[in-house]
Design a protein around this ligand. Structure first.
Ligand code: G16
Ligand code: MG
Length: 220
């Protein structure tokens, strides 16, 4: 029986990917590194340090651990400053409606994001009120595809994984949900999240009505 929902943030609730892209691009330009949208796609749902390692490897650059941390901090400063432009108009279509309905119907709701800036993003959107638990990049040490962030959310909600549906837009995020024994809703193309239990192209289609229909008896 489904009693809770756990949401990824970037790509599910809002599209911070564009702001992450701009910040990585600025850092890469300053470093003389090649970075484009194709490389950026590989950073979807991936932690900050894993992301900078992907960019470093793509450029065959030798960088000490200390310098890498410094560069990741620089990127984060650019990204965090850009979050000031985010407003309640920046929900992905359908996300705010879904969160509102889940509250009305009494489901428990957690965030399960890799981002260490989740609290700020939720505050900018005015979305903090929709969550009973906020699991973010500070909550666990092992990032997706490890299931830890979703297990943290379920535990805090006092639910078992099989009582929760995870919404994810990243391949590694769906892997994490499956590894933890959660039901999963994939948001995006077949080649990225086709391994989720149920898939929708966008959040707009992933309504509570559609999800209830898709999972059927799990909601009885
Ligand atoms: C998000 C983004 C990733 C980003 C990660 C860490 O994940 O999709 O691109 O690298 O968070 O973010 P930060 O640098 O703010 O800690 P999610 O899990 O919300 O999709
Ligand atoms: Mg995501």
């Amino acid at each position: 029986m489904i009693k809770g929902f756990i949401f990824d943030l970037d790509g599910v609730i809002t599209d911070t990917a564009e702001l992450h892209f701009q910040a990585w691009k600025k850092l890469s330009d300053d470093m003389g590194w090649q970075f484009d949208r194709e490389v950026n796609e590989r950073l979807r749902g991936v932690s900050r340090m894993d992301s900078i390692n992907i960019i470093r490897e793509h450029n065959n650059a030798e960088v000490s651990e200390e310098k890498l941390l410094e560069l990741a901090t620089l990127k984060n400063d650019i990204y965090v400053a850009s979050l000031d432009q985010m407003t309640p108009d920046d929900y992905l279509p359908g996300a705010q409606e879904l969160l509102t309905l889940l509250r009305q119907e009494g489901f428990l709701v957690a965030l399960g994001s890799a981002s260490k800036n989740s609290n700020k993003v939720l505050k900018q959107l005015g979305a903090t009120k929709f969550f009973d638990v906020i699991g973010d990049g500070n909550s666990v040490s092992k990032s997706k595809p490890a299931p830890d962030i979703f297990l943290f959310g379920a535990e805090q909600l006092k639910l078992k994984p099989e009582q929760c549906i995870v919404y994810e837009d990243a391949e590694a995020g769906v892997d994490a949900a499956k590894a933890g024994g959660f039901y999963s809703v994939g948001i995006g193309p077949e080649e990225r999240v086709g391994h989720a239990d149920v898939r929708f192209e966008t959040m707009k289609e992933a309504t509570l009505f559609e999800v209830k229909s898709a999972f059927g008896e799990l909601f009885d």
